[in-house]
Ligand binder design. Structure first.
Ligand code: TLP
Length: 344
């Protein structure tokens, strides 16, 4: 029986480990990480801190846990956090910040995920018996819902100066910070420098099967380590997974460049088909929001039709679908996906 070729454009989270990752898993020196004894985890935490230009790092199971721990460590229950209206923390983390960190979100509607610094400053609470204190400003780079768009450096600089004046820490949900750095052709440290803490994912385009990193000052990471234990994220022989994370940081950023090129090729191809349209100015990295308004059917329906032909994608509202390129989608796959989508 001939099996249908499946091209999975749902997310870069679907990436499978590389050959080198499988090899390093097998050879990984391991120990009990809750005792601080796992050499592969220790190596990964050192590498992550050094790469991002921070004092220390913590290996966490997921990006969601990394963001939650950062919020818990920076704030106290009853405080408020400023974040973008379409940010992952606000939309897709099951209100963990409210329920578990006990903070109230103050969402700001950005343009393509970029918050206006003036509005951020106006949202910082003054001292008043009625008001919660503003405990944290969160930024997302690249911005998932904006279709992988990059936050302009100038915007980060302005936000940092406001945060500094008001003595409020800044956290970056940098799940895809390496995509931003690759697209900007800058060192990832240059982006991280604006933030007190950064969470980034090994398990997205960097292709590790599991894991994210939280980086920041040494004292902050000590606190974060205890919070990770409290949340049940203290893993034992985690070096098996951390060994993949080491490969992610050492070897995978170059792959992201290819992913970005493939996203452009896919976008250009779709723009030539009837009913699909992509705003090329908004394709910065590996995520594409494709308008299907011209198709006159719902995003769910088109996704079902694509699935029947072996192309997997996620809906984004009723008029858009989201396509994400990654290392398991080759240039050949992209070309094939365009020909298949031409038949829909
Ligand atoms: N994003 C996933 C889904 O949850 C939507 C995806 O497929 O894009 N921050 C950002 C910006 C993210 O995009 C994600 C995951 C996370 C945090 C959470 O990471 P995990 O899935 O490891 O908890």
């Amino acid at each position: 029986m001939r099996t249908m070729k499946i091209i999975d454009l749902r997310s870069d989270t679907v990436t499978t480990p590389t050959e080198n990752m499988y090899r390093r898993m097998q050879e990984a020196p391991i120990g009990d990480d809750v005792y601080g004894d796992d050499p592969s985890v220790n190596k990964l935490e050192d590498l992550a801190a050094k790469t991002l230009g921070k004092e220390n790092a913590l290996f966490v199971p997921t990006g969601t846990m990394g963001n939650l721990i950062a919020i818990m460590a920076h704030t106290r229950p009853g405080e408020e956090i400023i974040l973008e209206r379409n940010s992952h923390i606000f939309l897709f983390e099951a209100a963990g910040a409210s329920r578990l960190a006990g903070v109230q979100p103050m969402p700001i509607q950005g343009v393509d995920g970029v918050m206006n610094p003036k509005e951020v400053e106006e949202s910082i609470r003054e001292e008043n018996i009625h008001f919660p204190a503003t405990g944290l400003i969160c930024v997302e780079n690249t911005h998932n819902m904006a279709g992988g768009m990059i936050q302009p450096m100038e915007n980060l600089r302005e936000l940092k100066s406001i945060a500094k004046n008001h003595q409020i820490p800044m956290h970056l949900d940098g799940a895809r910070i390496f995509n931003a750095a690759v697209a900007l052709d800058c060192d990832v440290k240059e982006i991280a420098a604006y933030f007190d803490s950064v969470m980034f994912c090994l398990s997205k385009g960097l292709s590790a099967p599991i894991g994210s990193m939280l980086v920041g000052k040494a004292g902050f990471i000590d606190q974060a380590r205890k919070l990770r234990k409290m949340l049940g994220g203290g893993m034992r022989q985690a070096g098996i997974m951390a060994s993949c994370g080491n490969v992610s940081i050492e070897q995978m950023p170059n792959q992201l460049k290819i992913d970005h090129e493939n996203a452009r090729i896919l976008s250009n191809g779709l723009n030539k088909l009837s009913g699909f349209s992509v705003d090329l100015d908004k394709v910065h990295t590996n995520i594409i929001n494709v308008s299907i308004k011209g198709k006159k059917i719902s995003s769910e329906a088109i996704i079902e039709n694509m699935k029947a032909k072996g192309i997997l994608a996620n809906p984004r509202g009723k008029d858009f679908i989201r396509l994400v390129t990654h290392k398991d989608v080759t240039l050949e796959d992209v070309k094939y996906a365009i020909t298949v989508m031409d038949t829909l």
